[in-house]
Design a protein. Structure first.
Length: 136
């Protein structure tokens, strides 16, 4: 009985060790991407989603403090960013914030989005409810 107990215990320890090693290999998503409120898995490396004959880029929005410094920071991180004041948008901007529109269909879209999402003052990134731009 003692030998059986030791061998079962060794198997359990080996399984637990293997699970821990596999868990250590899993790369966590970049910090901030939990703020993205739409499915990034559906977007291809070119920033497009949809069927091959109808690929479209995704338009998205977020809020930032309405200061020149923050607008310059966002514009530097994402040259596609466009600002719209006095509009809450889907992101729910307050009176002290400005709505920012951006898109996925430009080079390095994922890196730009990750950089914006990592900013502490960006609370959420939401898909824009109106149509995306079709790609040929």
């Amino acid at each position: 009985m003692a030998a059986w107990f030791r061998s079962e215990r060794m198997v359990r320890l080996a399984v637990c060790g293997a699970v821990l090693m596999l868990a250590a290999c899993v790369t966590p998503p970049p910090k901030g991407l939990e703020k993205v409120r739409f499915d990034l898995k559906k977007i291809d490396p070119n920033g497009l989603e949809g069927p091959p004959a109808g690929k479209r880029e995704i338009l998205y929005q977020f809020c930032v403090p309405n200061t020149e410094a923050r607008r310059l920071e966002i514009a530097e991180l994402d040259p596609t960013a466009r600002f719209e004041s006095e509009v809450a948008g889907r992101a729910g901007c307050t009176a002290d914030e400005i709505l920012v529109h951006a898109r996925t269909g430009a080079p390095n879209w994922r890196g730009r989005m990750e950089a914006v999402a990592a900013l502490p003052y960006v609370k959420s990134i939401r898909r824009t409810p109106y149509g995306a731009v079709a790609q040929p």
